[in-house]
Design a protein around this ligand. Structure first.
Ligand SMILES: [Ca+2]
Ligand SMILES: [Ca+2]
Ligand SMILES: [Ca+2]
Length: 185
């Protein structure tokens, strides 16, 4: 009598190789998720920084625009206080002879006015030289140029600088031009 053929049954459960493969897939998945999370944290912090600097720059610009600006009275804040914003185009090619855009791009101590804001304490200090702490300190600088490109105009440029969460130097600029005709009262 022949013995019944032994049934070959497929072994249940997982082989070691399958388990290893699953762990690998899981680990790669977690790594990707972690990277996505880290990228999103940086991206959120970055957009917070942009918002913060836009608010600071815009409010400074609005403050300057609200200052007295008439033929008889020009607020000192609307003057080129360090004297590099006037008549630096003696050869008449509409570009600053010193290559510095009439001092309009100056920041910190080189600007006409500057202030550092500590956003963790709502604190403003008239410090233009201290190193900026990443994503904490924002430095607001402004420059005034007189008759840049067009006569009878005053150009105001507000520049907010900071060091981003990734340690990069960042900056946002707001510019506007006032027409002297409107200042006559
Ligand atoms: Ca200046
Ligand atoms: Ca020139
Ligand atoms: Ca300057």
């Amino acid at each position: 009598m022949r013995l019944p053929m032994k049934m070959i049954t497929r072994q249940k459960g997982f082989t070691l190789l399958e388990v290893l493969a699953a762990i690998m897939v899981f680990a790669f998945g977690m790594l990707a998720l972690y990277r996505l999370q880290a990228a999103s944290v940086v991206s959120n912090a970055h957009s917070d920084e942009i918002t913060q600097s836009l608010v600071l720059g815009q409010s400074r610009m609005e403050f300057l625009m609200s200052r007295p600006y008439t033929r008889l009275l020009i607020d000192p804040l609307l003057m080129d206080l360090d004297g590099d914003g006037t008549d630096q185009d003696l050869n008449g090619d509409a570009a600053d002879d010193d290559g510095g855009d009439y001092g309009l791009d100056d920041v910190g101590a080189a600007s006409d006015w500057c202030m550092t804001v500590d956003t963790t304490k709502n604190l403003s200090v008239a410090n233009c030289t201290a190193a900026l702490r990443p994503a904490i300190d924002y430095r607001i600088s402004h420059n005034i140029a007189v008759d840049k490109q067009y006569s009878q105009t005053r150009t105001i440029r507000v520049i907010v600088t900071w060091v981003g969460i990734e340690g990069k130097a960042m900056g946002i600029t707001h510019s506007t031009t006032l027409n002297d005709d409107k200042s006559i009262e």
